[in-house]
Write a protein that binds this ligand. Structure first.
Ligand code: SF4
Ligand code: SF4
Length: 247
């Protein structure tokens, strides 16, 4: 027992101080894109042709973060002349259209629904549904329960039953096989309820775009309140979205 206490004292507090301080992310992390509006049409077209997701709007020089896998191909082949990815992980939106961006994103807090803040500001229970995700989005939600992120300190928890949940957090491209289970989960939740789309797969189909086996966009079957882009979204992107939208 004494050894355990000694060990805890030696380790100290491991929890980060977000949102008071932004923790550092790895250099190779790709967050919010910064777009050079002066990039030549040729360079933009080259990037668009190389993009595996058809996520680049050539005419408006914008990137659809809902489709983007943050693979970095466009940054590499344009040598940063069209786009560079910054370390900014605060990239969620409450409107699907706002994910199509030239680097500017509306402040999430301004768009958040005040009644949700009022209702869930002190306690928010989440039910996660993996609708055929590859497990990376799910893993980066899971780590929010670890001491470093400690999601529970904000009164936010993942729960086992949809009947106990305020919000459904969906990952994966919503395969035909998972669609019924997802809709049944949504129906089992009490009102008022929130729908959160996590990851490119859920928002647009992601790398499975064009497959007849999936739903291309959760917002085509459920009213999505919060879009969290990424493949997978960084845990801090998820944390920022939850805190800004609900707290
Ligand atoms: S980073 Fe996004 S926009 Fe760029 S090539 Fe990859 S998927 Fe396309
Ligand atoms: S968005 Fe990317 S990480 Fe998330 S489930 Fe789809 S493929 Fe996996």
């Amino acid at each position: 027992m004494l050894n355990i206490l000694k060990n805890r004292l030696e380790q100290g507090c491991k929890t980060n101080n977000y949102p008071k301080e932004k923790p550092a992310v790895f250099d190779r992390y790709r967050g919010k894109p910064e777009i050079n509006k002066d990039a030549s049409a040729d360079i933009v077209a080259m990037c668009a042709n190389a993009c595996p997701q058809d996520a680049i709007d050539i005419a408006n020089k914008k990137i659809d973060m809902g489709k983007c896998l943050f693979c970095g191909t466009c940054e590499q082949i344009s040598d940063g002349k069209f786009v560079t990815f910054t370390g900014d992980f605060e990239i969620s939106t409450s409107q699907r259209a706002d994910l199509i961006t030239d680097g500017d994103l509306p402040a999430l807090a301004e768009h958040s629904k005040q009644h949700f803040k009022k209702l869930f500001g002190r306690s928010l229970q989440l039910r996660q549904v993996s609708a055929a995700g590859c497990n990376a989005c799910e893993a980066d939600l899971n780590v929010l329960a670890t001491p470093f992120f400690d999601l529970a300190r904000f009164g936010i928890n993942f729960v086992a039953s949809p009947r106990h949940s305020d919000a459904v957090v969906v990952t994966g491209p919503v395969s035909r096989n998972m669609k019924t289970a997802l809709l049944t989960t949504y129906e089992a939740m009490p009102d008022p309820k929130v729908v959160i789309a996590v990851g490119s797969c859920t928002i647009s189909g992601g790398p499975f775009l064009g497959s007849p086996e999936i739903t291309e966009g959760l917002d085509t079957i459920l009213p999505v309140d919060l879009f969290i882009p990424g493949c997978p979204p960084h845990p801090l992107t998820n944390l920022h979205a939850f805190l800004t939208y609900f707290k």
